[in-house]
Structures are given as structure tokens and as C-alpha cells.
Ligand binder design. Structure first.
Ligand code: FE2
Length: 192
């Protein structure tokens, strides 16, 4: 279920806001210049839909967001537990370690979650906003916002990504990441 949890950046155990209320989430994120919206597909999208079926189902939404934000590149990203080494069930997803590092980009961070769940941690104005997005959620984060991402130990996450530039997702990592002090996606789900 979609969730926003806000914690001070220097006190991860202190929960200032924890809500599933979509209107409250929208308001809290607007305070930090982040847009949150819900999309409905033009037709039902099956779990095993390929990229073109997904693009078709959300075509009018994609066109609108691209025009509004000047996004030239739209693609689809997927994380699945099948990419974990089957001989080592405890192994972390290879991409997970990288996504868990604090970073920022020159491009906006615009994601629409098609299936599964992923948590975006936005560090703004002394607070960490852990925004757990599920299918149907659109998140638009301004460029250069410090963030990290987690899809959990057994990731199930499909999202449409929007970029202004081809190389927009090149990340600049922060030397002293605070990410490891904060609850993971699995921690957040366990307490919901
Ligand atoms: Fe990123």
C-alpha cells in the first residue's frame, strides 16, 4: 500500500509523519516541490505485459507528462527476484546496493510505478521523506534532489521513467551516505 513516512535526517527512529492518505501525501510532498499523482490505465495491464503494451496502456498520460516536463526519453525499468542468484537466496539483488547509495542527478526523477513497489527516499530540508510507491503512483522529483531507492530484498518493481536528456540518469554519489540508518522497504512494510 502507498505510504509516506517522514523522519529527521539525524534521527531515523523519530517518525514525524506516517500516512497512507493520498491527499495528505500529496500535500506533504508539495511542500518540498515534489508532485504525486495517481494514474489509471486506459485498459487493464496484465502482470506479464511487455514494454509496448505498457506504453500503449498509459499512452495519453505519458504524452501529457512528457510535454509538460520536456522529457525526451521514456523507458521502462524492471527489477525482479529472478535476477537473484538461485543458489544464494540471501544474496541481495545486484542493483540494490547501488540504488541504496545516496545520490542526485541533473535530470528530474520522474517515475510511474506500473507494478510492484519501490521506495524513494528524498532528503530535503533536514528530513528524509520515505515515499513507498505502488502500482498507479506517479512521482515527480525536481533535479538535484538528494535521494536513494529500495525495492526490497525480493524486488518486484516495474516503472516508466522519464528523462530530459539521454544521460539524465548519470548519478553523483554523496561521500557520506546516511541511507543505511533508515528503514528499508521491507522494514516499512513490516510496520504498516
Ligand atoms: Fe536516482
Amino acid at each position: 500500500m502507498t505510504l509516506l513516512q517522514i523522519m529527521p535526517e539525524d534521527a531515523p527512529e523519530t517518525v514525524r509523519v506516517r500516512t497512507h492518505d493520498l491527499d495528505v501525501i500529496r500535500e506533504e510532498l508539495l511542500r518540498i516541490g515534489v508532485r504525486f499523482a495517481r494514474w489509471h490505465a486506459a485498459r487493464r495491464v496484465p502482470d506479464d505485459a511487455d514494454d509496448s503494451a505498457i506504453m500503449n496502456a498509459y499512452r495519453s498520460h505519458i504524452a501529457h507528462v512528457s510535454a509538460e516536463g520536456g522529457y525526451q526519453v521514456v523507458d521502462i525499468t524492471r527489477m525482479t527476484p529472478t535476477s537473484i542468484d538461485p543458489d544464494s537466496p540471501q544474496q541481495r539483488h545486484p542493483a540494490r546496493e547501488t540504488f541504496l547509495k545516496e545520490r542526485f542527478h541533473d535530470d528530474d526523477l520522474v517515475r510511474f510505478v506500473v507494478a510492484g513497489a519501490g521506495c524513494f527516499y528524498l532528503r530535503v530540508a533536514g528530513q528524509v521523506h520515505a515515499m513507498l510507491c505502488t502500482a498507479g503512483d506517479l512521482l515527480s522529483v525536481p533535479s538535484r534532489t538528494v535521494h536513494w531507492f529500495d525495492a526490497g530484498a525480493r524486488p518486484s518493481y516495474t516503472a516508466i521513467r522519464f528523462f530530459q536528456e539521454d544521460n539524465g540518469c548519470a548519478a553523483r554519489f554523496l561521500p557520506d551516505s546516511i541511507a543505511a540508518r533508515f528503514p528499508t522497504l521491507d522494514d516499512l512494510l513490516a510496520t504498516s
